[in-house]
Design a binder for this molecule. Structure first.
Ligand SMILES: Cc1ncc(COP(=O)(O)O)c(C=O)c1O
Length: 376
């Protein structure tokens, strides 16, 4: 029988040949551990940075399933007004995921012939969102303000600069102060996806813009509830008219089912938790781990809780990850296409949950790894 899908095998063979093949690993993430079969591993890839994903909500509702355009449970409005306040914006809107928030909001706000300037390291959801617009897309070199400025022509109609707050694979912060200066000079708008900075940095965890006191200069915030808030979902925050337009035109908001209210209640409970306590613990842990890794000889450039250990070679990165696994540490290897080829890395994300003893154990294992894999 003719196999029309044979070309798929060829693509997969090529992926395997490039050492970038992925297989889903079956296991459970519970608190700071990952359980795979009978092995209990320290989870170094959690997005629950504050370690609050175990805080329970008291409400248990049935799970309903319909678009918010049909009916919108009031609990969404309650969380949205909290999130608007949190971002110091007029209003906010919750989407089913951060990915969908990017797709829906960027596609809605960018109009025909508008110009988008997007950082080359922006997350896949931003890249996909830009492709859905009718704007002209220019990619500027990562965090490179000269390159950004050189790509702005004054005769361009409307210009959007899109950046992440903390870059998800490198853990560095966007050069927001300079971006704001350029945006003011060139009359451009700023869209910032702060999925990894939100609830984690800045005053009261208000995010990357708050860290540099430029929170009022961002025109549209996009974020996730699934990371620093340890919950599920995505949201945007901006002026009332942006939210109104998204309710009316944003395809990934309208043409899909809303999150179950139970999850919104959960996010609300975690929003109201003593996040400052967990944030302080997180930064203590981040500093302890970074100091230990630096002492071992690792080059650590990250300023945030996301700490990449750049290895380069894909195969060696996989072997390093296996070595960690054998030592009860789970830290995923990141390879192409998530990062450029030969730029593979072990991406550590630190959380508030680890004890001093556990961090010391992690440092010891990385310390032995540096000579074993000849990384210095
Ligand atoms: C920068 C960035 N934006 C958006 C997302 C998507 O968020 P969510 O997991 O809520 O879809 C991610 C997820 O990893 C991310 O890193």
């Amino acid at each position: 029988m003719k196999n029309n899908l044979k070309f798929i095998d060829d693509i997969i063979t090529k992926i395997k040949h490039d050492d970038t093949h992925r297989k889903l690993k079956s296991g459970h993430a519970i608190g700071k551990y990952i359980h795979i079969n009978k092995q209990k591993l320290l989870n170094l890839c959690s997005n629950d940075y504050l370690g609050i994903a175990n805080i329970k909500s008291e409400t248990i509702e049935q799970i309903e399933c319909c678009s918010r355009s049909i009916i919108s449970d009031p609990v969404f409005g309650i969380l949205e007004s909290e999130l608007a306040h949190h971002k110091m914006q007029e209003n906010s809107l919750i989407y089913p995921t951060g990915y969908m928030a990017n797709l829906g909001a960027i596609q809605t706000i960018v109009q025909h012939d508008d110009v988008i300037l997007s950082d080359e390291f922006n997350h896949a959801s931003i890249i996909d969102a830009c492709k859905l617009t009718h704007g002209k897309i220019f990619v500027y070199k990562h965090n490179n303000i000269e390159d950004l400025e050189s790509k702005i022509r004054l005769k361009q109609k409307r210009i959007f600069i899109i950046t992440e707050g903390i870059f998800s694979m490198d853990g560095d912060f966007a050069n927001l102060k300079q971006i704001v200066e350029i945006a003011e000079k060139k009359n451009a708008l700023i869209i910032m996806d702060d999925a990894h900075g939100d609830f984690v940095v800045g005053q009261d965890g208000k995010g990357s813009a708050s860290r540099l006191h430029v929170e009022k200069k961002i025109d549209l915030y996009i974020s996730s509830l699934s990371k620093g808030l340890g919950s599920f979902g995505g949201y945007i925050a901006s002026k009332n008219n942006v939210i109104e337009l998204c309710v009316n035109r944003s395809r990934s908001f309208i043409y899909t089912s809303a999150l179950p209210s139970k999850l919104i209640n959960l996010a609300l409970t975690r929003y109201k938790a003593n996040r400052e306590y967990y944030r302080k613990r997180l930064w203590r842990n981040v500093n302890k781990l970074k100091n230990g890794l630096k002492k071992s000889g690792y080059k650590i450039n990250s300023e945030s809780q996301i700490i990449p250990i750049i290895i380069g070679d894909e195969k060696m990165t996989m072997e390093f990850s296996k070595y960690l696994l054998n030592n009860n540490i789970y830290a995923v290897p990141i390879r192409y296409p998530t990062v450029a080829k030969n730029n593979a890395r072990i991406r550590i994300s630190m959380t508030s949950s680890f004890s001093d003893k556990e961090i010391e154990n992690i440092i010891n294992i990385f310390d032995s790894g540096i000579s074993k894999f000849k990384l210095n």
